[in-house]
Every structure is written in C-alpha cells, then in structure tokens.
Design a protein around this ligand. Structure first.
Ligand code: GCO
Length: 468
C-alpha cells in the first residue's frame, strides 16, 4: 500500500479516464500566464516602466501595497518553469510579452535584450514540443504612452500595431499562434472606467473611448502580424465573458439581464465579430459613442483565425425597480452555490452555454478556452504536496462542461488553465492563488499542487496527438 493518503489516491486515481476520452484527437491542452504577473525583473535588461509599475507604486491601489517588482521571478527562472509544463505533460503554453521590455518607451528604439528573453523562451518551448501561444498585450502598457493619453489616445492603436510588427518579425518564424489583446474589457473599463486597474482613471466616457482604441489596435495588429509572418500563422483575440442569467422573470430583471449581457459580453464581442457596437449600448451606458473614423469598424472586424475565451463564473441579475445604467446592474449570490476566493460562483454550465452561444449565435469558427481556473485558500505544510481538492473539483467539472460544449457542436480547439503557477493577482496582490503549481513566495519554491497532478494524470490518459 503506498503511503499516499486517501485524498491523494482520490485525486490521482479518479475516474477521469472517461472524461479525457470525450475530447477529440488533436485537442490542445495548455496553461496560461501573463508577463507582469510572473516575470518580475522590472528594472532589468533595459525594460521600460509600465502603467502597472506606476499603479502598484501608488499608495492605496494594491492590497498590502504589493507590486510585481519580483513576483515569482520568472524572468530568472523561466527554463525551470517551462520544465514544469513538460512534467505536467502540457502541449501548449500561453504567455504574454511585456511591451515595455521590447519598446521601453512604447515606440522607437527596440530593446534587443527584451526580445532575446522571449526568443529564448520560444526556442525552449519548441525544444520541448510545446506550442507557444503568444499574447501581445496583457495590460502592461508602457508608461510613456500613458503619459500621452494611453488608450484614450488614438495614436496608441498605431503604436500597438508597430509593436506587434516588431515582435512578429522576430518570433514569427517559430510562433504560429498569436493573440493581440487579453481582455480589452478589463484594460478599458477597469483601467479607465472605475480605476480599479492601471492606469487608475475613473471616467466612464474615457473607458468607452479607450475600448474603441484597444479594438482598433487589435484590428491594425492582425494585419501587421499577417504581413510579418508565414501564411500558416493564426491570429486571434482573447475576450473575457461573464454570462448573465436572470434571477427571476420580472420584466425589470429581464431588462437588466440584457444590460449586463451588453456590458459584460457584447460590448467587445460584436465589434470584433459583426463590425458594430451593440444597438442601444451607449444609451444604456448614458455615454457618448467614441469617435469612430471611417473604416474603423471594418479594421476592428478583420476576420480572425480563432477567439480566445476567458471565463471563470457567471452573473445572476436581480432587476432594479428603477432603470439602471448597464454597468450598474445588481447581481445576487445563489443560495447553496460554491464560491471561490474571488467570490465568483462556480457554475460550469454557464461556460458550456457561452461556448455554444459563440458558435451558434456569433458563428465563431475556432474557439480556445484561453483562461479558466479558480482561487482557493491553499495551505502548504512545507511538504511535497498541496491538497487543493476544491480546485481539482473545479477543474474536473469545468472540463466536463467543455466536453459538453464540444458535444453540442462548439468548435473548441483547446483549453488553457489559469494559471500554471500562483502569481500577482493585480489589485489583490498575492492574496489570491490560481496556480495548479504553488509558489512559496519567500523562497520562490514551486510545488505542484494536487490539481496539477490531477491535470497531469488527466493528460496522461488523453492521447496527445500533435495538432496539424
Ligand atoms: C483576467 C486576467 C488574469 C487574471 C485571472 C484571474 O482574466 O483577469 O487575464 O490576468 O489573473 O483572470 O483574475
């Protein structure tokens, strides 16, 4: 009898063989991270200042005043961290590049040492047979561009396209899967609307204007990446979605649920897929539409090769007796539901519904779940294991939901768990752990959690046929 305790046996020998075999050959299994959340080394090798460096240094913005100056020191531990991908058996790795490492002032002179870091990473991934998925923008805008207005300045869209071209020219011979933006909704609304994220501006009209320039930058970058890489390259965008469900059937609840869907999901989805903002959206926000130049919407809706879907939870909407703004709809908790440390309801069915909707209603032809995961209060006793049974259950249930979406016809090509390792959770600092790998921050020791071991055993059962 092994010395594993019953919890470990349950985790590692669960009946997930059946689940793993519901996924088609060639389905891509991965994990995701982001530059500012894991790299550290913010003043190293020529990196310029990002808006997150500035924001995290601003008193009162981040829990416990924590910043990403060191975080999990991935900049110095990258090769060992990539070994963990191999140990778990992952076929793909979604990472983001730090714009300020490559163009410290946002434009102009390229910092070759910055590009060299990602060059080494891509070569190491390919040597391990791991497919790199590169996100060009995961929120760390060069401060120099913010000083000129950031995403509220239309010029930033063009600087982003220039940056995309620089990276594509260097890595495009080896990276085939590109994502322009990660969650522009967060960059726009949290960054410029309610100020919870960098650059910390509280101006809802600015958020709407910034959203347009993020979308424009996406469209411009798609063209530049395609011009700078082989025809086999695939380019997409990563959007975050929070499906909205009515708590009851009162008319005001139905009205407010539609508002929540416009605000959380359709605001970015419809420009990218249909070339227009949702009808009535700006009225529901009581804001002026952004300045849309001739041709903008055509650029924004440039056909993409895939859509990345980030989803963690859903919203349940309770109607307000008096009309509300689309971004002030009231949501309620569900009695008896499980909630993560982020106070996000665990609701796998809503991911199934979302994936089917993106295909059935919006005609998206290739989908990846580019982020899905959970924060729970992991405890480490200093030993070789971290028993995160709730995260194992979350992962198993959400993979079953993804399998259900496949059965219902969703053109899903892969799944990336958020996140590979515990990391800097933005305004929450290091208080929330999402990794399937635990990081002991004082020592930087990495320990694969039971959830990482479960993922490993799940993948071992799944035939990792190479994806053509
Ligand atoms: C996001 C970001 C990630 C977060 C994760 C947990 O989706 O907000 O892409 O950087 O850390 O989602 O909040």
């Amino acid at each position: 009898m092994s010395n594993r305790n019953i919890n470990e046996i349950a985790v590692l020998s669960s009946p997930d063989v059946e689940l793993s075999r519901t996924f088609p050959t060639g389905f891509l299994w991965g994990a995701a991270t982001a530059s500012y959340q894991i790299e550290g080394a913010v003043n190293e090798d020529g990196r310029g200042v990002s808006i997150w460096d500035t924001f995290a240094a601003t008193p009162g913005k981040i829990l416990n005043g924590e910043n990403g100056d060191v975080t999990i020191d991935h900049y110095h531990r990258m090769l060992a961290d990539l070994d963990i991908l191999s140990e778990i058996g992952l076929a793909a790795y979604r990472f983001s590049l730090a714009w300020p490492r490559i163009l410290p002032n946002g434009s102009g002179t390229v910092n070759e040492k910055g590009l060299d870091f990602y060059d080494r990473m891509v070569d190491a991934l390919l040597a391990k047979g791991i497919r790199p998925f590169a996100t060009l923008y995961h929120w760390d805008l060069p401060q120099a561009l913010q000083d000129a207005g950031g995403w509220t300045n239309r010029e930033t869209s063009y600087r982003f396209a220039d940056y995309a071209e620089v990276v594509a020219r260097r890595l495009g011979d080896r990276v085939q899967d590109w994502m322009t933006l990660n969650e522009p909704w967060c960059a726009a609304y949290l960054g410029y609307g309610n100020g919870v994220h960098a650059p910390g501006i509280k101006d809802r009209q600015a958020a709407v204007n910034a959203a347009h320039h993020l979308l424009l930058g996406h469209g411009l970058a798609v063209a530049r990446i395609r011009e700078s890489t082989p025809a086999t390259s695939r380019v997409g965008i990563v959007l975050n979605f929070t499906p909205a469900y009515p708590a009851d059937d009162r008319p005001e609840t139905i009205r407010d649920t539609a508002f929540a869907d416009m605000f959380s999901n359709r605001w970015f989805l419809e420009p990218v897929t249909r070339g227009n903002y949702p009808a009535g959206f700006f009225e529901a926000m009581q804001l002026t539409p952004p300045l849309i130049a001739e041709g903008d919407m055509e650029i924004i809706s440039t056909p993409i090769d895939f859509m990345g879907v980030n989803n963690y939870t859903r919203n349940v909407v309770a109607g307000s007796p008096t009309p509300v703004l689309a971004d002030e709809v009231r949501t309620v908790n569900v009695p008896g539901a499980i909630y993560t440390e982020m106070d996000w309801e665990v609701n796998p069915q809503s991911l199934t519904d979302l994936l089917v909707r993106l295909y059935a209603e919006y005609g998206v032809q290739n989908l990846y779940v580019t982020e899905n995961g959970s924060a729970f209060a992991d405890q480490w006793d200093g030993g070789a294991h971290i028993h995160d049974a709730q995260r194992v259950e979350y992962l198993r249930d959400y993979l079953a939901a993804v399998s259900d979406a496949l059965k219902r016809g969703a053109p899903l090509r892969g799944y990336f768990v958020w996140s590979l390792m515990d990391n800097y959770e933005w305004e929450r600092g290091y208080s929330k752990r999402f990794g399937v790998v635990y990081v002991d921050y004082p020592t930087q020791r990495r320990i694969i959690k039971d959830s990482g071991r479960w993922y490993q055993s799940f993948l071992a059962e799944y035939s990792q046929e190479p994806v053509q």
